[in-house]
Design a protein. Structure first.
Ligand SMILES: [Zn+2]
Length: 261
């Protein structure tokens, strides 16, 4: 009788607690993708693994090489826009794919010299320029961290270095928003972001001053013309006309906002 009461109390406690926070680890749970139901304890493990595996898209990137010294930033440079980050690399240093993707270009580009472009998921592309040698061909699929080329100084390059760009839907963003080349890792601020537009919008007010990505709207200044603006942002005049519903002969007003993309 005593034992019976004891059991009753124990089972009462168990039932009572399971309504609160107690988890009965013998309970079975159906997990999508698993044929057999699993115990709650196993389910907890699976969830933990999934959480550990999940990282934002940008957090999954790697730096493109072992060179850590940035020798030229993204941004306007002697009247022209520099759309990438120049990283010091010696001729023959290995350049790595920063993420999985397909090589959409491996050839000669004016100014770029030998350039490779990789198309990744989320409409993101990376550019690797001034290469001395390609290790992979156009059309091939690369895995993150794979050696794709050797650094060099082909094209318009002062000294051997890697010109590296990251673009989303064709728009160039400051690679240093994502990559901390000095520390050879992804910047902490970028770890929870899936795309570059959102990252840029978040970091810009935090004082990232030299990431002058093309603004969504550009305010016309004194001395500007469609030609000047087109050259400054490497956006064709016909695109500016189409976006702003103007013609090549339209007169621009100072302060007038122009849609850039
Ligand atoms: Zn460059």
């Amino acid at each position: 009788m005593k034992v019976f009461f004891l059991l009753l109390i124990v089972s009462f406690v168990v039932v009572f607690q399971s309504n609160a926070q107690y988890v009965n680890t013998d309970e079975l749970v159906i997990v999508p993708g698993k044929e057999e139901p699993v115990s709650l304890a196993e389910y907890g493990k699976i969830q933990k693994q999934q959480n550990e595996q999940y990282q934002s898209f940008l957090a999954g990137f790697l730096v493109p090489g072992n060179g850590g010294k940035v020798i030229s930033d993204f941004g306007p440079r002697s009247g022209r826009m520099h759309y990438g980050t120049d990283i010091k690399m010696e001729r023959g240093d290995t350049v790595f794919a920063v993420n999985d993707g397909s090589i959409t270009r491996a050839g000669w580009g004016s100014g770029f010299g030998n350039i490779m472009i990789i198309q990744h998921a989320n409409n993101i592309e990376t550019y690797y320029a001034h290469l001395s040698k390609f290790l992979m061909k156009e059309g091939e699929y690369v895995k993150k961290g794979e050696a794709i080329a050797l650094a060099g100084s082909t094209g318009r390059a002062r000294g051997s270095h890697l010109h590296f760009e990251i673009r989303e839907e064709g728009r160039a963003f400051d690679p240093e928003l994502v990559f901390d080349f000095g520390r050879q890792e992804i910047r902490e601020d970028a770890l929870n972001f899936e795309n570059l537009v959102a990252l840029h919008r978040t970091l810009k007010p935090k004082g990232y001053s030299n990431n002058a990505a093309i603004p969504e709207y550009y305010k016309v200044r004194s001395g500007d013309s469609l030609w000047v603006i087109s050259r400054k942002f490497k956006t064709p005049i016909k695109d500016l006309c189409r976006l702003n519903n103007i013609t090549e002969n339209s007169v621009l007003q100072i302060g007038q906002p122009l849609k850039m993309y």
